[in-house]
Write a protein that binds this ligand. Structure first.
Ligand code: CDP
Length: 201
């Protein structure tokens, strides 16, 4: 059985949480595509050329410590504007999307570019302030020292870069269901996602 769920949206919107629950509940494989860009960004921070890094990513790069750090997020969004970097990551993502038994991929361009034929497409969003609050709470729990204002600025800078790049900008696919989690609990957002998948399975 091949079944692809595409979950896109801006930074810290709740894509990861929703994806993990769907994967567990339906037995789908899950790929957090942001990790690919974070791994490239981290290697570039270490002095590598972005394209060389994107073409030679290893499992160790994807398990490197600190991939969730805010400075790595910024480095990720800077390499993510480079068309050749994006192109180098396409085949891996598309092959993953066809995993036997189903797959859920979350990112920025899954429903628009990577898997335009995905059976279910969600665009998960929330106000920048709500997303920054969630990311601030996560960062605090992980021991990062950014203030709420710093986190809000980080989220806005990334949203701006991700939305305004020429190649695969962040935007909902025409047939995506928009889930705005500003006023929704995580449980409500997850329930909505589960309903959409069940309706298509
Ligand atoms: O976890 P968060 O939503 O903050 O970010 P992420 O999903 O880990 O993505 C980090 C950065 O990678 C984003 O800001 C994008 O610039 C880039 N990215 C992308 O361009 N395309 C994707 N499919 C996934 C991430």
């Amino acid at each position: 059985m091949r079944f692809t769920v595409a979950i896109d949206g801006p930074a810290a919107a709740g894509k990861g949480t929703i994806s993990r629950v769907l994967a567990r509940r339906f037995g789908f494989a899950h790929l957090d595509t942001g990790l690919l860009y974070r791994a490239v960004g981290k290697r570039v921070m270490g002095g590598d050329d972005p394209l060389v890094a994107a073409r030679s990513l290893t499992a160790a790069d994807l398990a490197a410590p600190g991939l969730r750090d805010p400075e790595v997020a910024q480095a990720a969004s800077r390499v993510a504007v480079i068309p050749e970097v994006r192109a180098a990551l396409v085949d891996f993502q598309r092959a993953f999307a066809r995993t036997e038994g189903g797959a859920v991929l979350d990112g920025r361009d899954i429903g628009t570019v990577i898997c335009p034929g995905a059976e279910v497409k969600l665009f998960v969003t929330a106000s920048a302030e709500v997303r920054a609050r969630r990311r601030y709470d996560e960062d605090m729990a992980a021991g990062h020292a950014l203030s709420y204002d710093d986190v809000l600025a980080e989220v806005r800078a990334r949203d701006d870069r991700d939305t305004n790049r020429a190649d695969a900008p962040l935007r909902p696919a025409e047939d995506a269901v928009i889930v705005d989690t500003s006023q929704m609990s995580v449980d409500e957002a997850v329930a909505e996602a589960v309903r959409l998948v069940e309706a298509r399975l």
